[in-house]
Write a protein of this length. Sequence first.
Length: 297
Amino acid sequence: MPESTAPMTLRESLAFLDWVYNPFQSRDVIRVYDLLSTRTPSARGLWLNLGYWRDARTLDDACAAMAGLLAERAEMGPADRVLDVGFGFADQDIYWTKHYRPQSIVGLNITASQVAAARTRVAKLGLADRIDLREGSATAMPIPDASVDIVTALECAFHFNTREAFFAEALRVLRPGGRLVVADILPMPVAQCWVERQQQRLSWWAVAAKFPIPEANRYTRAEYGPRLAAQGFTDIQVESIRADVYAPLHRHLAADPAVAQRLHPLARPPLRLALKVSAQSIYSGLDYVLASARKPG
């Protein structure tokens, strides 16, 4: 069953209306996620990622599959101390604890409302002794040097100011031989056709305007690996998985109206409008990468 949330007040509804429909508004990351609260489109839990759809048939299954993809790339197991940055409502941490059983998970998140809600969920599941959720920044981690085996960032690193500052912090807190795994949203390589370039710019702007992305993070996957290497990482892999994210998500949203019904009523009209446009157009400016690297050891 979906997890409930309190109805919006009039003030919150007006703020939501401004966020969705005002192209000139500007909100920081914390204000955006405070506004969204626990109104997530998933039917079970409070997943916030777009999902990995290669074999999934529901949004919840796709979100869990994305978490599983990161865990598999990280080679997560019982001996690992995991640091998960930008953990949202901790759905992936709960999933990893149940399915991969790492020694411990510490989560960092700058949105206090999400930290509080996630702690309550983890405590209700009896997992507070294994999942330690903290308020803290991915670019100034309150974590000792060389103290964790894995650092993860599931669909959040594009928010960090900057992504490279996060890379540097990840290298610092990882033990020698430790692994960094990131699922991340990037701009697509620039198309040669003028019309396609304008489509790409509009597609990227539609995301970056609503979900704050620093201009310094606006680079393509061709630059991703070199930027990891510049911070000192090795064994770098950067793979685009956009074909298993955007188009199948678009098809699912069009086929299952119940997903839209779980959103705030003010968010439903623009979603329905977007679903009338092809996935190729609406996501033309968006890449989605799975990136991994190791700290030399």
